[in-house]
Design a binder for this molecule. Structure first.
Ligand SMILES: C[S@@+](CC[C@H](N)C(=O)[O-])C[C@H]1O[C@@H](n2cnc3c(N)ncnc32)[C@H](O)[C@@H]1O
Length: 250
């Protein structure tokens, strides 16, 4: 299982927060009683869910102890639970299942998404955001360096919007699907490589066997990423980032 480092992940906290807020803005619920944040990470989005619906019981679930430790430290008032979403079932029906930037780490969405809906009460909402940027240089350069058939190359975990529609439309009263292509404006010498280090590169760096292999990979990756994302005139870097959104109401 991929080890997560909360401080590396939070380095681009405000850019990573924006899609979560865009998703939250589309949740059509006034007073949900029970909210679950699946793959809550360091808990900053979970805390915003609690802020938006202060009377709700909010539960943050994540498989990473490191992430949960950070979440607990920053927000002791919220309930946190360690668990694997692939096995997760709620003990009672939930009004809102929220999941930001997490479900692309799990496979078999054709089973996963309908199964998540089963945990909702009638009228409950499943709200999901996932990066859908796997054809971009951030991911493709991993294959350019390792070889595209290398076992550590990321696949394309997010399926076509039509697939999600077909899996969910006959189980929902309302279904919204959209995509947004953000342009994150990043500062630093090689900020896109720093960004991926907090997410897509983690399984790759963990999967390489020796320190020398890790260092050689990172050096080559960083050089190619600098070429793929040239700096703007003011020295900042624009990172184009496509994300997939889904709001399904039971
Ligand atoms: C990119 S972070 C997103 C964190 C948070 N939702 C946010 O918006 O900042 C992805 C999180 O998903 C968690 N995760 C990945 N696979 C998981 C699984 N199978 N079960 C539970 N959590 C998982 C990771 O531990 C990590 O904290």
């Amino acid at each position: 299982m991929t080890l997560w480092n909360p401080s590396v992940y939070l380095e681009f906290g405000s850019e990573r927060l924006r899609p979560a807020l865009d998703l939250m803005a589309q949740v059509p619920l006034e007073t949900p009683k029970r909210i679950v944040d699946l793959g809550c990470g360091p808990g900053n989005v979970t805390a915003l869910l609690q802020q938006r619906w202060p009377k709700a019981e909010v539960l943050g679930i994540d498989s990473s102890n490191e992430m949960l430790a950070q979440a607990k430290e920053n927000h002791p008032e919220i309930t946190w639970q360690q668990g694997d979403i692939a096995q997760w079932e709620s003990s009672e029906p939930v009004d809102l299942i929220f999941s930001n930037a997490c479900l692309h780490w799990l496979g078999d969405h054709e089973s996963l998404f309908p199964r998540l809906l089963e945990n909702l009460c009638d009228g409950g909402v499943l709200a999901v955001q996932m990066p859908n940027n796997f054809a971009a240089p951030t991911h493709q350069v991993i294959g350019d360096v390792l070889g595209h058939d290398h076992v550590l190359c990321p696949g394309f975990p997010v399926q076509e919007p039509e697939d999600y529609y077909n899996w969910l439309s006959d189980r929902t009263s309302r279904l919204e699907i959209w995509e947004t292509r953000y342009r994150h404006i990043l500062e630093g010498e090689n900020p896109v490589a720093d960004w991926t280090k907090g997410a897509a590169l983690r399984p790759v760096l963990e999967g390489l066997n020796t320190q020398a292999e890790k260092e050689a990979f990172e050096t080559a990756y960083r050089a190619k990423i600098l070429e793929a994302y040239p700096k703007a005139r003011d020295g900042k870097t624009l990172l184009a980032f496509q994300r997939f959104f889904l709001v399904a109401q039971k």
